[in-house]
Design a protein around this ligand. Structure first.
Ligand code: 0X9
Ligand code: ZN
Length: 530
């Protein structure tokens, strides 16, 4: 039987009404994985009752996607699925391996229970490892740790609850009111969507045209703009500082989607430099600032609409024209558990901090598309890394400082990440890093550990910092892990945006001042390439 247009609309409306009258049937409430197609696959593991639910789920998701694509209500078709991944009763355990054997066992746990555990921090000897565990596996994992004498504590009892508490809601009306009053809706009291960030940048550029410009350096995989804001103050008094040979500082955020504090912190720095220009006159006029609040907009948006704990990009691994499927090898998937159901998930996304073309694919990065540290099918496979690299190369002579903001750990890290070898100018970078962490300590009392990325964290190759140092030759290159040390982890409450912003701005400001002082001394050569 063929349905006419009218009948199709009636069917669609009926399904939607059913879903809204019985909200527990909707995918968001049952905690299904993102994307209806996955739910169909889930029936394999979910048993007959699960199969019925999942078939229904697929129909619901199908219509929801259709409606969202048509009317763009929640999420949008561009960003893929609309059902939220739920982490109800997922626990965060903090385990500490004290011996090599225990470390090995924790690594085995990761391999063997990959459906049920997710490592928020890597396994390391004599350091704590944060492991998120699905409710179905909590007892098993705890028994595993106890049996091997590996001490652990429960840090978060219900990850979902933490997620729902993190970000105060703001209605459309409230946003409109704010835009009417201030010209933008950026509050620094909540984590904003990319649209709000872009509006804020537009507002600053329009309000302070002498000071703020932005450059679109490219587009994300899903077509969102990649924006770099340039702040350059001109003092009418000093002709020398007016010249374009001012040193430049780069600060970026949001490489990893779930690390919400990092784009918020870059925006805070932007606000201080622009809206608090008078107080920060010396560093605004003496330095050209390049700020990129959001390196990975696709992943970030996805972490708002669908999976709060998403880390990578959203690229799907389709082969480029003429390329063989095997070259990309990204048709793989894996079993995952979400909301009590196991389903087959096609693995998507690339870890941008493993995708840079400097010692790409070496230690500490993965060639498995399902891994959180998947380096991509090739170096610079992602438009985000390519666009930034191009921009940095054009400006490399001016750039003296490169800072990439991440979370969480409270660490000020120096290259290299790919090797244990120490930089030739390690001491210079330590000295400058010390200036920053001391300034942070002074302003908030918080201690940031300072040191090489490999020794403080772990091996990881293909990182932005290694490329900035090794290829672009930017002298003072750092990766900063912002707050906290694990009480909230990625779900750092929005009330900590301003305090975190204040401390990181103090650190960055101290570096800018120190750089200007150094450049005044004639015998200092901050870049090899100068
Ligand atoms: O692993 C990373 O990419 C960074 N840590 S995070 O928890 N935010 O994912 C650290 C990167 C340090 N730099 C290099 N390893 N190159
Ligand atoms: Zn990160």
């Amino acid at each position: 039987m063929r349905y006419g247009k009218k009948q199709r609309i009636i069917v669609l409306v009926t399904v939607l009404l059913t879903v809204s009258v019985h909200p527990h049937l909707s995918s968001g409430e049952t905690g299904s994985p993102a994307g209806g197609w996955r739910a169909t696959d889930a029936s394999v593991a979910a048993g007959p009752r699960g199969q019925m639910n999942n078939v229904f789920q697929s129909i619901v998701d199908y219509f929801r996607l259709g409606i969202n694509a048509l009317f763009g209500r929640e999420g949008n078709a561009l960003l893929g699925g609309t059902s939220r991944v739920k982490y109800t009763n997922y626990q965060l355990l903090r385990a500490t391996a004290r011996t090599d054997a225990q470390l090995q066992e924790i690594k085995e746990l990761k391999q063997e229970m990959s459906t049920d555990v997710s490592f928020w921090t890597p396994a390391k000897k004599n350091a704590s490892t944060d492991i998120m565990v699905a409710p179905e596996a909590v007892e098993e994992v705890k028994a595993f740790l106890k049996k091997r004498d590996i001490p652990y504590e429960v840090v978060i009892l219900d990850v979902q609850q933490m997620i729902s508490l993190q970000n105060p809601k703001m209605s459309k009306e409230q946003r409109e009111v704010l835009r009417g009053q201030m010209g933008h809706s950026m509050t620094f009291k909540r984590y904003h969507r990319y649209e709000d960030m872009l509006n804020y940048i537009d507002y600053l550029a329009a309000t302070y045209p002498q000071l703020v410009q932005y450059v679109n350096i490219g587009k994300s995989t899903n077509g969102l703009p990649l924006k770099v804001v340039k702040i350059s103050g001109n003092s009418s008094s000093t002709a020398a500082e007016k010249k374009s040979d001012k040193p430049a500082i780069w600060v970026d955020g949001g490489t990893h989607a779930r690390e919400w504090i990092s784009p918020a912190a870059v925006l805070y720095i932007l606000k201080q430099l622009v809206e608090n220009y008078k107080v920060n006159k010396r560093i605004v006029e003496g330095v050209d600032w390049y700020l990129m609040p959001l390196v990975n907009p696709d992943g970030y948006e996805y972490s708002h609409t669908t999976d709060r704990l998403w880390r990578k990009t959203r690229s799907k691994g389709e082969e480029e024209e003429g390329e063989e499927e095997e070259v990309y090898g990204r048709k793989e998937g894996k079993w995952r558990r979400r909301g009590g159901r196991v389903f087959w998930e096609k693995c998507e996304g690339v870890d941008l901090n493993r995708n840079w073309d400097f010692h790409w694919g070496e230690r500490g990065s993965s060639d498995d598309p399902c891994d959180e540290t998947y380096a991509g099918p090739k170096a610079f496979s992602e438009p985000e890394t390519r666009s930034i690299a191009e921009f940095l190369m054009v400006n490399r002579d001016k750039l003296k400082v490169f800072i990439s903001l991440h979370s969480y750990a409270q660490m000020w890290l120096l290259p290299w990440g790919y090797t244990r070898a120490i930089l030739d100018d390690h001491d210079d970078l330590m000295e400058m890093g010390r200036v920053a962490v001391d300034a942070i300590q002074k302003v908030s009392g918080n201690n940031y550990d300072l040191g090489g990325a490999t020794s403080l964290l772990y091996h990881s190759s293909g990182g932005a910092d290694d490329w900035a140092k090794g290829i672009a030759d930017i002298k003072y290159t750092y990766t900063v892990e912002l707050r906290d040390t694990g009480s909230y982890g990625f779900m750092l409450p929005a009330s900590q945006i301003i305090p975190t912003g204040k401390e990181i701005f103090a650190g960055v400001k101290a570096i800018a001042k120190s750089l200007l002082t150094k450049l005044k001394q004639p015998n200092i050569e901050p870049n090899k390439n100068n």
